[in-house]
Design a protein around this ligand. Structure first.
Ligand code: PMP
Length: 451
């Protein structure tokens, strides 16, 4: 490894960080992470912390998952690459498809289309949704609906259905035909409704209104995260996603579950859709599918959607989408090993138990620190604290204070993530009770110093 002077000097000069202002990165040197072990990371100064971010919601099995590392090494030695475009395939990806079919059978999803990550998965699902309607002879269905505050990656279609201006404004005009409806976000919503169940009903009514306004026969798909993630970990009331499913069925609209974060156990269930008892028409996955060790993703497709493509004799069902790295054998080998470990360790159960412990600890912190306006979680290992300078007005806390809380938390043993005025946590699902205590103690130090 290059020495510390070299790394600190050249980091911001020669690389631009995603989701950061280049000037900020020059002024404030990011932490340079050099090692990972178990659920901990270590920076260039040798400071170790529990990674309460879990990489970027993806390192579900931690940093020392030997079977995944071994599978990657072995596949690299045997076949480091081969394409699965028409005419060829590879054995690893076939084996993975069968495992994914079994894993997602309760979600009614049996076919996989492979990608290189979450944004790709979203792009493919949205494209396939339009194509599905064209193949069926219902080609007027081209629009997409989605939730405000939703995050669906940064490709142009994904950005167009994103519900956060930060990822849109500088890139407009985006795709026409994309419309957003209010999210069931009890802490802030246009209805001033704090009761989650009543709010879910209001949001469903707003969705139905928008469907009618746009004309159902023009709408291809509704895309949603079962629990809004990057938008600030916002779990809906349990009636919401089933209500969306019912509206999609009523109006012939495909339901795409964006489970780039929520698939593979994070919510305490094997998928976010299953958590709410819903079968989507397509599901976008990525991240934990390879534990973050290799860029990879998969769109899972229902039998009913698949049969339309597979039964097509007009030629319209031919898929004109795909990536050089779709079905990459090294990614597939990593995913096979991940799925085995994920199931062997039954990580969803630990996610549920540790998620409850973390959420309850965060609620206690809220009692002590008035800057914590809202605590969200209670569905596995994804939690958020929304920070405000005044609980009455809910004015978001300033950037400097939340930055200072983050820094002190880090110095006291936990890496958390700041997103707007939220502190977000999505630790590895193999977290222990002690690790949760470490996170809460570190946060407490952060709030005690700056809260
Ligand atoms: N969808 C969701 C729900 C996500 O959370 C993300 C990434 N955080 C994406 C899509 C995009 O995934 P990627 O960054 O791998 O392209």
């Amino acid at each position: 490894m290059k020495d510390s002077n070299f790394l600190t000097e050249h980091n911001a000069r020669h690389l631009w960080h995603p989701m950061a202002h280049p000037a900020d990165s020059l002024a404030n040197l990011p932490d340079i992470i050099v090692e990972g072990e178990g659920v901990q990371i270590m920076d260039l100064d040798g400071h170790r912390t529990v990674d309460a971010v879990g990489g970027l919601w993806n390192v579900n099995l931690g940093y020392s998952c030997a079977p995944v590392k071994e599978a990657i090494r072995a596949q690299l030695d045997r076949l480091p690459y081969y394409s699965i475009f028409r005419g060829t395939t590879n054995d690893a990806v076939i084996e993975l498809s069968v495992m994914l079919r079994d894993f997602f059978a309760p979600d009614g999803l049996s076919r996989a289309f492979f990608t290189s990550g979450g944004s790709d998965s979203v792009e493919i699902a949205l494209r396939l949704a339009r194509q599905y309607h064209k193949v069926r002879g219902d080609g007027g269905r081209v629009k997409y609906l989605s939730l405000k505050k939703g995050y669906h990656g940064t490709h142009t279609l994904g950005a167009s259905v994103n519900g956060n201006a930060n990822f849109r404004t500088q890139y407009e005009p985006l795709m026409p035909g994309c419309f957003h409806v209010p999210a069931p976000y009890p802490y802030r919503n246009p209805f001033n409704e704090t009761d989650p169940e009543r709010l879910a009903q209001l949001c469903l009514a707003a969705l139905e209104d928008e469907i009618k306004f746009q004309a159902p026969e023009t709408i291809a798909a509704f895309i949603m995260e079962p629990i809004l993630g990057a938008g600030g970990v916002i779990p809906p009331h349990h009636s919401f996603m089933p209500g969306v499913r019912a509206l999609c069925d009523k109006y012939g609209i495909l339901l795409i579950a964006d489970e780039v974060i929520t698939a593979f156990g994070r919510t305490g269930s094997w998928s976010g859709s299953r958590h709410w008892g819903v079968k989507p028409d397509m599901m976008c996955t990525a991240k934990a599918i390879t534990n973050g060790y290799f860029p990879f993703g998969a769109v899972m497709i229902s039998d009913q959607v698949a049969e339309v493509f597979e039964g097509d004799t007009s030629g319209k069902g031919a898929i004109g989408s795909g990536y050089t790295y779709s079905g990459h054998p090294v990614g597939a080998a990593a995913a096979i090993a991940c799925l085995r470990e994920t199931q062997r360790l039954q990580v969803k159960d630990n996610a549920a138990a540790r998620g409850t412990q973390l959420y309850e600890g965060l609620l206690k912190l809220q009692e002590a620190y008035p800057v914590i306006g809202d605590v969200r979680g209670g569905h596995g290992l994804m939690c958020a604290l929304e920070l405000v300078s005044d609980r009455g007005t809910k004015a978001p806390i300033d950037k400097k204070t939340i930055g200072a809380i983050h820094r002190t938390t880090y110095e006291n043993g936990a890496m958390v993530r700041v997103s707007g005025n939220n502190i977000i946590m999505s630790p590895p699902l193999i977290l222990t009770e002690n690790d949760v205590t470490t996170i809460l103690t570190a946060l407490n130090a952060g709030f005690a110093a700056h809260g």
